[in-house]
Design a protein around this ligand. Structure first.
Ligand SMILES: NC(=O)c1ccc[n+]([C@@H]2O[C@H](COP(=O)([O-])OP(=O)(O)OC[C@H]3O[C@@H](n4cnc5c(N)ncnc54)[C@H](O)[C@@H]3O)[C@@H](O)[C@H]2O)c1
Length: 487
C-alpha cells in the first residue's frame, strides 16, 4: 500500500497502490514522493515502476488490445461518455488535485477539467465516425471489375507519455483517441504529477473500460521509459514533453509510429494598427497563464516601433495588477512553478540576460518556487530567455520597423507550435499567416489559444504528428483497404 498521507496533506490525497497492471492495482518495491509545489507538503507517495513491471504491463496490454478491438464503436463511445459524465460530476476534486500536484491556479485547474470532459466527449463522438470511404477502382484501366473500400483499424498497444503541466487534459488527449480507435494504452504520467492520471484511470475503469486496456506506470521516466518504448510489442509511442526527452525516446523506440508533441518558443507580432489594450492584455495572459508553463505560452513579442512604448507600458501595468501567490486562492493569477529548481532556473536565466544587456521592465525576483511574471526588453538574441524554450513566466519585447523583419525574427528559433499577429489589416494578417513558420497562426489572439478539437502539433525540428481528437484518432489507426474482384 502507499504510505498514508500525513495529517496536513489535502483530504483528496490518493492513498492506494499506484501501478495499474493486468487489471489490478499494485505497489512497487520503491516509492517516490509527490509534493505540493507551493508549500512543499507531501501529498502522496507513488510506486516507482521497474522494467519488470513494464513486461507485465505489456503482456496485459496485448490482451487489453484484443478486448478493445472487439468492442463496437458504440460501446467504446459509451465508455468515454460515461467517463466524461463522472469527470464532470467530480470536477471540484479533480481541479483541487491538479492544483495540489502542479501548483496550477485553481481557476486554470477548473478550466482544465472542463476541457478534459470535452476532450473525452469529442473522443466518444470520433469513435462513432471511424468510417472509411469507397475507392474508385474503376478510375484506372483494369479497375472496372473491382470495387472496395478502406477502413480504420487500431494500431495495437500505445505507450502514452505525458508531461506535468496539463496532467489531466493531455492524458485525455492520448487515452480518448486511443480507446476510440480500439487500442490499449500503457500510460506513463509525469513524475511530478501522477495523481490526477491515477484518478482518471479509476474513472475509466469504473465506466467499463476492459481492465487490461489501461495499464498505468508511475515513477521516474528515466528508470523504465526506455524499456517501455523500445519493446517491439509497443506499436506506437505518443509522447508529449521536452525536446531532449523526446529525442531520447525516439532513439530508443526505433522504427515504429511516433507522435512527438514537444516544446516551443512562441512569438507574437503586434502591428502598428493593432488594438494596443487588447493585444497587451492578451499577451500578458498568454505569457503568464499557468506561470508560463505552457507549450504555447507567449515568449517573444515583436511590437511595431510606433506603438512600442504604449504597448510595453500597458502590458507592464496589466502584469503588475496580477495577483501572485497561493494557487488554491481563487483570486490568484500566478502560482508557483512546478519546483523550486525551475524558479531557480528562471532566476539564473534572468541574471544571464541582464548581464548581456537586457532590462527587466517588471518582475525578476524569485521567492521559493514562485517566479513573478517578468517582462524584459533589449534582450540580446543569444540570451537563453530569447533562444531557448523558457517554460516559465518570462517574456521579451522587441521593437520592429518592417513586418518581414519581424516575421524572420519570429521564425529564428528551432521549435514552434503557434505564432500570432495582432493587426487590423487583412493584408498583413494574410502575409503573417503565410510567413510564420508554425503549426498554427492566431490572428488577434494570443499564441496560447487552443480548442481541443483543432489540429494541434509542432512545426520544424523534432515535432511529429498532430493531436486534436479527430487527428489523433487517425494517427492511432491503420488504414486497411478491402478490394473485391469480380473477374
Ligand atoms: N506540444 C505539446 O502539446 C506540449 C504540451 C505540454 C507540454 N509540452 C512540453 O513539455 C515540456 C515540459 O514537460 P515536462 O517537464 O514534464 O517534460 P519532460 O520531457 O521532462 O517529461 C515528459 C514525460 O517524459 C517522461 N520521461 C522522462 N524520461 C523518459 C525516458 N527516458 N523514457 C520515457 N519517458 C521519459 C517523464 O517522466 C514525463 O512523464 C516542455 O518542453 C513543454 O513545452 C508540450
Amino acid at each position: 500500500m502507499l504510505a498514508q498521507p500525513p495529517a496536513h496533506a489535502p483530504a483528496h490525497a490518493v492513498v492506494r497502490p499506484s501501478l495499474h497492471i493486468a487489471g489490478a492495482w499494485r505497489d512497487g518495491a520503491t516509492r517516490m514522493d509527490v509534493r505540493n509545489p507551493y508549500d512543499g507538503s507531501l501529498i502522496a507517495q507513488v510506486a516507482c515502476a521497474t522494467p519488470a513491471d513494464v513486461d507485465d504491463a505489456i503482456a496485459s496490454a496485448l490482451v487489453g488490445q484484443r478486448a478493445m478491438a472487439a468492442l463496437t464503436t458504440g460501446e467504446r463511445a459509451a465508455i468515454l461518455h460515461r467517463t466524461a459524465d463522472m469527470l464532470a460530476a467530480d470536477a471540484a476534486r479533480f481541479a483541487a488535485m491538479i492544483t495540489a500536484e502542479t501548483g496550477k491556479i485553481i481557476r486554470a485547474a477548473t478550466k482544465e477539467v472542463s476541457r478534459a470532459v470535452n476532450t473525452l466527449r469529442l473522443s466518444a463522438e470520433e469513435a462513432t465516425r471511424l468510417s472509411g470511404e469507397t475507392i474508385a477502382f474503376d478510375s484506372f484501366p483494369g479497375g472496372e471489375t473491382r470495387h472496395g473500400f478502406y477502413v480504420y483499424e487500431p494500431v495495437g498497444v500505445i505507450a502514452a507519455i505525458t508531461p506535468f503541466n496539463d496532467p489531466l487534459n493531455l492524458a485525455c488527449h492520448k487515452l480518448g483517441p486511443a480507446f476510440a480507435a480500439g487500442n490499449s494504452v500503457i500510460l506513463k504520467p509525469a513524475d511530478q504529477a501522477p495523481l490526477t492520471a491515477i484518478m482518471l484511470a479509476e474513472l475509466l475503469l469504473a465506466a467499463g473500460l476492459p481492465a487490461d486496456a489501461l495499464n498505468l506506470l508511475t515513477g521516474r521516466g528515466g528508470d523504465f521509459g526506455t524499456a517501455l518504448v523500445a519493446s517491439p510489442d509497443i506499436a506506437m509511442v505518443s509522447f508529449t514533453g521536452g525536446a531532449r526527452t523526446g529525442e531520447t525516446i525516439a532513439r530508443a523506440a526505433g522504427i515504429k509510429r511516433i507522435a512527438m508533441e514537444l516544446g516551443a518558443n512562441a512569438a507574437v507580432i503586434v502591428a502598428a494598427d493593432a488594438d494596443i489594450g487588447k493585444a497587451a492584455d492578451a499577451c500578458a495572459s498568454g505569457a503568464f497563464w499557468a506561470a508560463g508553463q505552457n507549450c504555447i505560452g507567449v515568449q517573444r513579442i515583436f511590437v511595431h516601433q510606433s506603438i512600442y512604448a504604449a504597448f510595453r507600458d500597458r502590458m507592464v501595468a496589466t502584469t503588475e495588477a496580477m495577483v501572485v501567490g497561493d494557487p488554491m486562492d481563487p483570486a490568484t493569477d500566478i502560482g508557483p512553478m512546478i519546483a523550486v529548481g525551475e524558479a531557480e532556473r528562471m532566476a539564473a536565466w534572468t541574471d544571464e540576460a541582464v548581464a548581456l544587456g537586457a532590462r527587466v521592465c517588471t518582475g525578476g525576483r524569485r521567492d521559493g518556487a514562485i517566479f513573478p511574471p517578468t517582462i524584459f526588453e533589449q534582450a540580446p538574441p543569444d540570451a537563453r530567455i530569447v533562444r531557448q524554450e523558457a517554460f516559465g513566466p518570462i517574456v521579451s519585447l522587441f521593437p520592429y520597423a518592417d513586418l518581414d523583419d519581424a516575421i524572420a525574427a519570429a521564425n529564428a528559433v528551432d521549435h514552434a507550435i503557434h505564432a500570432a499577429i495582432f493587426t487590423a489589416s487583412l493584408r498583413d494578417a494574410h502575409h503573417a499567416a503565410r510567413g510564420l513558420q508554425a503549426a498554427g497562426v492566431m490572428i488577434n489572439d494570443s499564441t496560447d489559444y487552443r480548442l481541443d478539437a483543432m489540429p494541434f502539433g509542432g512545426a520544424r525540428r523534432g515535432n511529429m504528428g498532430r493531436e486534436g481528437v479527430r487527428f489523433a484518432v487517425r494517427e492511432m489507426s491503420h488504414t486497411k483497404v478491402v478490394c473485391f474482384h469480380e473477374g
